[in-house]
Design a protein around this ligand. Structure first.
Ligand code: ATP
Length: 233
């Protein structure tokens, strides 16, 4: 396993949000993390990505302990975090946004690969990122993360606010990253349907704990999952 999280607890000051969370993601695999609003999905990525300090537990990436390490060190360990709301530097060009992703790897990011994944960015390299569509900004955010040449990429709700066609495009890219680039992909999603189409396994979080784990096919057979996340369909 590439990313191994065990006994992870974390929160904000006195507020404990995550309790004893455990899961693993292998290279070549997409693990979806779903759950209701406030279940702790974003907090989980923040804790793994070093934005908040775990209060308990261990996190290893490719056998190296990364738990509690500073977030700016994570790219060097091979971990990329694409946060919510596709944060780009709005006044910088697409090219500069992408280049910034490679700083931790001394400029060795594979720009050609990023542009092959997202061909529509090719004609917008000089455009200020803030003037792109939401979908294009998401592409830049993912592309910037890839420029650090990670072994594991974590994404927080990449589909939010995007048209279904763009969501399909983004999910197809994640599938390629797992299969062709052998990345471990940790995908937090509200859009359970879209994430279950590409995920190999999924965890359902409930009140800061892992409530269920399984393949998407197993999970969608469960009435509690269907009712809570798939409109009972
Ligand atoms: P959503 O799908 O709505 O984004 P989530 O599953 O990602 O939800 P989190 O954002 O991780 O959930 O929030 C988990 C809990 O932590 C919530 O009760 C939230 O109010 C609290 N929380 C989140 N961020 C902070 C913060 N910066 N300071 C204090 N509490 C926070």
């Amino acid at each position: 396993m590439t990313l191994i999280v065990s006994g992870l607890s974390a929160g904000y000051g006195q507020l404990a949000v995550l309790h004893d969370v455990a899961f693993e993601v292998a290279r070549g695999e997409i693990l979806a993390v779903v759950g209701a609003n406030g279940a702790g999905k974003t907090t989980l990525l923040r804790a793994v990505g070093g934005l908040i300090r775990p209060t308990a537990g261990t996190i290893t990436l490719e056998g190296r302990s990364i738990g509690g390490k500073a977030t700016e060190k994570m790219a060097g360990f091979g971990l990329t975090h694409v946060p919510e709301n596709r944060l780009c530097f709005p006044t910088l060009s697409v090219r500069d946004n992408l280049d910034l992703g490679a700083w931790s790897r001394k400029g060795h990011g594979d720009m050609d690969f990023v542009l092959e994944l997202f061909p529509r960015l090719k004609t917008r390299m000089g455009q200020a990122a803030g003037t792109l569509s939401g979908g294009e900004q998401q592409m830049v955010a993912i592309g910037r993360g890839l420029m650090a040449d990670p072994t594991c990429i974590m994404l927080d709700e990449p589909s939010i606010g995007l048209a279904p066609k763009v969501v399909t495009e983004i999910m197809a890219v994640l599938a390629r990253l797992a299969v062709e680039r052998n990345l471990a992909v940790l995908l937090v999603e509200q859009n359970v349907r879209a994430s279950f189409k590409v995920a190999h396994r999924a965890v359902v979080m409930h009140r800061g704990r892992v409530a269920l784990t399984g393949t998407p096919a197993e999970l969608i057979e469960m009435p509690e999952v269907r009712n809570a996340y798939l409109g009972g369909a």
